[in-house]
Design a protein around this ligand. Structure first.
Ligand SMILES: [Mg+2]
Ligand SMILES: [Zn+2]
Length: 186
């Protein structure tokens, strides 16, 4: 039986979005991130990061930096009893007009489809949490329920991208997700 997952954007959702983070020193966990992810782990939900890392395509850093930062992130979470089950990222830079040139850069759904195949995930039972409209659009396009973090301005100006839920941060997002599937945090 395919399982339910919670997809998380990385920068601005789990850790501070410092703009093309490349080193462990750039990794600042947002308050409550570890506890929120731990609550998902404890419910047996797969937790999967889906991230645009166009810094690679822009020549700012390589795959090794992204892989190492993801390892560091998981070490930091594991020290607090939480973990990410899998990381997927798009390494491509968009075209000059901002449009994706690949199917894996959010709002494209290529990485969601890959995760669904490789990890036996039912997208329609799953959730996507992020701080940008591209996160919401990508999640909604593949049938996930969506949660937008913060971002009043984006929310007011782009009503066609209405997420299913909008909350200030990951802690409240996880509370909502668990309530949607009839679970309470342990
Ligand atoms: Mg983000
Ligand atoms: Zn891509």
């Amino acid at each position: 039986m395919n399982s339910r997952a919670v997809f998380l954007d990385r920068d601005g959702t789990i850790n501070e979005d410092v703009g093309y983070p490349a080193n462990a020193g750039d990794l600042i966990l947002l308050p409550g991130s570890a506890g929120a992810i731990r609550a998902l782990n404890q419910q047996g939900l797969k937790v999967i990061v889906i991230s645009n890392q166009s810094g690679i395509g822009r020549g700012l850093f390589g795959h090794a930096e992204v892989d190492n930062l993801n390892l560091d992130l998981n070490e930091r979470l594991k020290a607090q009893g939480a973990w990410i089950d899998a990381f997927y990222y798009c390494p491509h830079a968009p075209a000059a007009d901002g449009e994706p040139v690949c199917d894996c850069r959010k709002p494209g759904t290529g990485l969601f489809d890959r995760a669904a195949d490789e990890l036996a995930i039912e997208l329609r039972l799953s959730f996507m949490v992020g701080d940008k409209l591209s996160d919401i659009s990508a999640g909604a396009s593949c049938g996930c329920r969506t949660v937008l973090l913060g971002n009043d301005e984006l929310f007011e100006t782009a009503p066609r991208y209405r997420p299913d839920c909008r909350v200030p941060g990951l802690t409240a997002a996880v509370e909502w997700i668990l309530s949607q599937i009839g679970k309470k945090p342990d």
